[in-house]
Design a protein around this ligand. Sequence first.
Ligand SMILES: [Zn+2]
Length: 57
Amino acid sequence: MKSLSCRDIGFDCNYTVRAENDCELFAKGERHVFNAHGLREEEFTPKFNEKIKFEDQ
Ligand SMILES: [Zn+2]
């Protein structure tokens, strides 16, 4: 199980994503930031990808 908090990617937000793998983590995180923070894909994707890679180590 992997998890990533919204705060970790720079938002003042208590939401935490939990998922079985990176793919699911990304999908869930993406949905949240688009809906809750009104982010666009091009603003969100590089930052989030970077964070996932970092958390993986
Ligand atoms: Zn959030």
